[in-house]
Ligand binder design. Structure first.
Ligand SMILES: [Zn+2]
Length: 599
């Protein structure tokens, strides 16, 4: 009744009913619902049914104002306290609240420690029936969106003693859900996660060989996209945004960029052009998108690996809001990982960043990197990550992402010969080791890396010497995908064996892998990843010194370096074409550049 009369909806969306029931039943509730799944209805409906005033804590002024407007339009009394309003607006809101006229009051978290605000709450003739905390993941101290004021919410709630409390977020891993319940002082909350599957969005991930290749592919996709709406492209750097705009313009396509370096005026113009379909594509950094609700984006491209799974989901989730068929394509490269790694360890003001922050950011990055390499159904991985129970519905795959399409043509087969040897060695070493490591470290150990961060006495150290890191990582991935290995712990992800692997080890069983990506290399093969890094370093160095690239190292020498992957100066000196003078001049920098790949 209230649903159709006030909110104009005929029925609930997936997940809403459970959350609303829990709030009405009276226990503290944590709801993880993706943007667009109708989060606000989950507290607005119970709020109206409870009577009194519902207090909504939200850090986003634009969204608060939108909500207040929407409620007023539906005939519900609502107001907000935010820094963007006039004195007059605030006075009216205060009077209405104290007189008990407001059903909903939206406030920013900073307000909660403000004495004037607390006094006003004490004076009011209304009861606070429900406190709803939006964007509750802002309590996570080492998260992207940490807001110190969120840490005071628990004290505020203890002081206020509202009848009912509920927290909402669009993004929370199972660990974070526990953390936020605790930080807010919720006792045994009911937790709901639903609605992450958006089956109108076809997910594709493609690993690209060069920056040129990914721009060329992006241009082709944009040219051939469906519908009138512009494509939305997320790029990792400002420079990448501008370069793609140039490439598109050369093809006669209308494109614009949007990033942290654009001033307010040009941002507003570009945003309008985007909404009015006056562009073929908008190329943006993650500065773009907050509050943008364009329903008909048919093509969404990630030009780089995103920095976290949360960002990735939120960004590609802007495609197909109207429910019609849309695509989300990620054109990534292995070096994107290193770019993020570098940026995470930098800080804006020159001071060393907090190591706990670096640690948390690196963990998030490694989760999205793991996923990019995987060949398991993309949607399955997404739902797994967020802990959405609907994952059981697509246990066999969503049937439409690029990985599902590939696995149909490439069913798992028993591996033999060298491939079996490599796969077996990996499983056995991980099984025998008491300490478990992540993917990259396992690969580095098995390849016998002598880097300082690699434990030299680890089980299996050097057991696969002669294989490249990339090849070993790929086999680890294939073993993960096939269920012989599993990642455990989403905050500190490490790899362990599964019962399926135990039976291989105990009974000398076969190992069945999808061979698509499994190509173990013999000693001396060139690691393409490493080769690209070395070449990149050489070209940059040549540019810096203003000399032709071959004067640093010829292509032939580069190939030799890549195939031998030297890890210290004495190994470097064994590479044909590198004498003491070159080793002295470039050795340190070159080895540093390579370390990023080898670790
Ligand atoms: Zn799939």
């Amino acid at each position: 009744m209230v649903l159709s009369d006030v909110f104009g909806h005929a029925e609930f969306r997936p997940g809403q009913t459970e959350v609303i029931r829990s709030i009405l039943a009276g226990g503290p509730t944590v709801a993880v619902l993706p943007t667009g799944a109708g989060k606000s209805l989950c507290y607005q409906l119970p709020g109206l049914l409870f009577g009194g005033t519902t207090l909504v804590i939200s850090p986003l002024i634009a969204l608060m104002r939108d909500q207040v407007q929407a409620l007023r339009k539906a005939g519900v009394q609502a107001a907000s306290f935010d820094s963007a309003q006039s004195h007059e607006e605030r006075r009216v809101a205060e009077d209405d609240f104290v007189a008990g006229k407001l059903h909903f009051l939206y406030v920013s978290p900073e307000r909660l420690s403000n004495q004037w605000f607390l006094d006003m709450l004490s004076r009011a003739s209304t009861t606070i029936s429900l406190v709803a905390i939006d964007e509750a993941h802002c309590v996570a101290r080492w998260g992207h969106d940490f807001r110190p004021d969120y840490m005071n919410i628990d004290k505020f709630l203890e002081w206020l003693q509202p009848q009912q409390t509920a927290a909402f977020t669009a993004t929370a891993t199972p660990e974070l859900r526990d953390e936020l319940g605790e930080a807010l002082g919720f006792k045994n909350p009911d937790v709901f996660v639903r609605g992450f599957l958006r089956d109108n969005i076809k997910i594709e991930t493609r690993k690209m060989n060069s920056d040129d290749a990914r721009n060329t592919e992006a241009v082709r996709l944009i040219k051939n996209r469906d519908g009138d709406a512009p494509a939305l492209v997320y790029a990792g750097t400002r420079r990448a945004c501008e370069e793609l705009v140039d490439d598109l313009a050369r093809q006669g396509l209308r494109a614009a960029f949007y990033h942290g370096g654009c001033d307010g005026e040009s941002r507003a113009i570009v945003q309008d052009q985007f909404i009015d379909n006056e562009l073929d594509a908008l190329i943006a950094t993650n500065a773009f998108g907050m509050g943008i609700d364009k329903p008909d984006i048919r093509l969404l491209i990630h030009l780089h690996l995103p920095r976290s799974f949360e960002d990735y989901y939120q960004e590609f989730g802007r495609a197909g809001r109207d429910g019609k068929a849309s695509s989300a394509v990620m054109l990534w490269r292995g070096k994107d990982y290193r770019t993020h790694d570098f940026l995470i360890k930098q800080s804006d003001d020159g001071a060393a960043p907090d190591p706990r922050h670096v640690d948390a950011s690196m963990r998030r990055l490694s989760r999205v990197y793991d996923w990019a390499q995987s060949s398991v159904c993309s949607w399955r991985r997404v739902l797994d990550y967020f802990g959405d129970p609907d994952v059981s519905e697509i246990a066999e795959g969503c049937g439409q992402c690029c990985r599902c399409a590939r696995s149909l043509n490439n069913p798992p087969q028993a591996v033999s010969g060298k491939q079996f040897e490599v796969a077996h060695t990996i499983v056995k070493s991980i099984a025998l080791s008491n300490i478990k490591y992540g993917r990259k470290k396992n690969a580095a150990i098995l390849c016998g890396s002598r880097a300082a961060t690699i434990p030299q006495c680890a089980v299996g150290h050097g057991a696969l010497k002669g294989q490249t890191l990339v090849a070993v990582e790929e086999v680890i991935q294939a073993l993960l995908d096939a269920g012989y290995l599993a990642v455990t712990g989403s905050e500190y992800p490490v790899i362990d064996i599964t019962s399926k692997a135990k039976s291989v080890l105990d009974d000398d069983g076969e190992i069945m892998l999808s061979l698509d990506s499994v190509v173990p290399q013999t000693s001396g093969a060139v690691d393409a990843n490493l080769a690209a890094i070395i070449k990149e370093w050489r070209d940059a160095k040549a540019k810096e010194m203003g000399v032709p690239a071959y004067r640093i190292f010829s292509n032939k020498v580069l190939e030799q370096i890549a195939s031998r992957a030297p890890e210290n100066e004495s190994e470097l000196l064994k590479v044909p074409g590198i004498g003491p003078a070159k080793a002295e001049e470039f050795g340190y920098e070159l080895l540093e550049a390579m370390k990023a790949v080898i670790l």
